[in-house]
Design a protein around this ligand. Structure first.
Ligand SMILES: [Fe+2]
Length: 481
């Protein structure tokens, strides 16, 4: 595997060199965090969280280069000010030096907060009680992958290249310009899973200029703090002051891929950061085996007194093509989501799950999820997923509409056209889809709440914020054009 040999900026040196040191023996004490002359803020953002974590349903995170945690500086509704201590989020264990060049600090946002900042940088401090516009985007990272010597490399340095580029920063700027009230991201953030193949492509050095080398042998995962900076914190920076973000885990955040960073940085729950920490088996580090984390939910107060429950299902694992025993394990997550979205007067519900329950490329996918969710989808007005790299809307009679937003910046998949065979799962053959719409184009969507319950207009926009299509969502129907 070819390693990058190009110039190193001072900011990249610690991130790049530390992983190249020989791996310490499994079980050895974790290295101490680097001494940092002066701590600086890498990113500050606010996550949507379950009410059991924060009454406000908001948690602010600060990612710094070290030193003491900054304070969350709040101005309350009564105009009084306070600097609230943030607490250190524990670093995932057994990850060597791959996460020691950052520190993560966290704080639940008090319900009575009007505005807030970290180290002078504004962070969202309220979840609007009149949410009207929500941004939807996912599958965002710059793909650098290798399988048996074959590389797939996106040009991470080219936001405007229409085929091989990486438009995430443009998408983030366009979303920010739209000023949504909240942002929903159903997962797959981390795509830099191989070293930059500089020896194979003459342009690769520039294209991968900010990509760190992947962990060396002995570490059963692909991510690092430097990789998360390149794939998420730098390109998504325009979004962070704008609105709280509901972040969901994708299969790229499985424990043998980018899971350590997801749980350290983006999962809103206080005790999850060690979920993907390697375990020691026979003296070797191994990624924890497949397991889901508990389904959680949050309530979004919309305009017109409407209320939207979002249920967040971890579908990092499972087989897309065939039903396997995993479906039984995964079923508990969908049963929990159904229990958390029990119909109540005035409430509408969306299910967020990374792998589609109802969606297709050239075949219906994802088989394990479809089977696991079977019979548990009656509560939803929409299923929001990603995983396949385009935008797609499917409506099958008796099932909720499904919207796939996998066009957030990573390499696009080919548009498969419409399906000529009905969805089948576990002996049930569904009716043919009445809506089967796909566009393979980078971008995001803005869902605007209508004046009546369960009505939304979902405007699809390209990476520059120009609209290219619209979907009308009414109760459990959806049409797009
Ligand atoms: Fe995925």
């Amino acid at each position: 595997m070819t390693r990058r040999l190009g110039p190193l900026t001072p900011a990249l040196i610690p991130a790049l060199l530390l992983p190249l040191l020989s791996a310490p023996p499994a079980g050895a004490a974790e290295p101490a965090p680097q001494a940092t002359a002066k701590s600086s803020l890498v990113a500050a953002f606010t996550l949507v969280a379950p009410p059991s974590v924060a009454a406000s349903q908001l948690v602010t995170r600060a990612v710094t280069t070290g030193g003491p945690c900054p304070t969350l500086d709040v101005i309350y509704s009564n105009k009084s000010k306070k600097s609230l201590p943030m607490s250190v989020r524990s670093r995932p264990g057994n990850t060597g030096s791959y996460f020691t060049d950052v520190k993560v600090c966290s704080r639940a946002v008090p319900s009575t907060t009007k505005s807030a900042s970290v180290s002078g940088r504004r962070v969202p401090a309220t979840l609007s009680s009149n949410i009207r516009r929500m941004a939807l985007f996912a599958d965002t990272g710059c793909r650098i992958s290798e399988y048996k010597g074959n590389y797939e490399v996106q040009r991470c340095d080219q936001p405007n290249d229409p085929t091989r580029g990486w438009p995430l920063n443009s998408i983030a700027k366009a979303i920010a310009a739209d000023k949504p009230d909240v942002i929903l991201n159903p997962g797959d953030y981390f795509y830099r899973e191989a070293d930059c193949p500089v020896g194979l492509f003459t342009w690769a050095q520039a294209a991968c200029g900010t990509s760190p080398d992947v962990p060396v042998s002995g570490y059963p995962f692909k991510d690092s703090a430097a990789g998360w900076r390149a794939d998420v914190f730098t390109p998504m920076a325009p979004l962070f002051p704008v609105a709280p973000i509901a972040m969901l885990r994708g299969n790229h955040e499985a424990c043998d891929r980018g899971g350590n960073g997801f749980f350290y940085f983006l999962d809103p729950r206080p005790t999850t950061s060690n979920t993907c920490a390697p375990v020691i088996v026979n003296g070797q580090r191994q990624a924890p085996g497949p397991a889901t984390t508990a389904t959680w939910s949050a309530t979004l107060d919309l305009i017109q007194g409407r209320s939207l429950k979002i249920a967040m299902v971890d579908s990092a694992y499972g087989n897309d093509l065939a039903v396997t025993p995993w479906a039984k394990t995964q079923q508990a997550s969908y049963a929990s989501a159904a229990a958390q979205t029990k119909p109540t007067a005035g409430q509408e519900s969306w299910l967020l799950t990374h792998r589609p329950v109802i969606g297709h490329n050239s075949r219906w996918t994802s088989a394990d999820q479809t089977a696991a969710a079977q019979g548990l989808l009656d509560n939803y007005n929409l299923v929001l997923s990603s995983h396949i790299h385009f935008t797609q809307a499917i409506k099958i009679p008796t099932l909720p509409p499904s919207l796939i937003m996998g066009n957030g910046g990573t390499s696009l998949d080919r548009n498969p056209g419409t399906m000529t065979t009905p969805l089948q799962s576990q002996g049930t053959m569904y009716q043919m889809a009445t809506t089967d719409w796909t566009v393979a184009r980078w971008g995001y969507a803005i869902a605007t709440a209508g004046s009546q319950s369960r009505q939304w207009t979902i405007t699809h926009k390209d990476q520059n914020g120009s609209p290219f299509a619209k979907c009308a969502l009414k109760s459990r129907t959806m049409t797009c054009s």
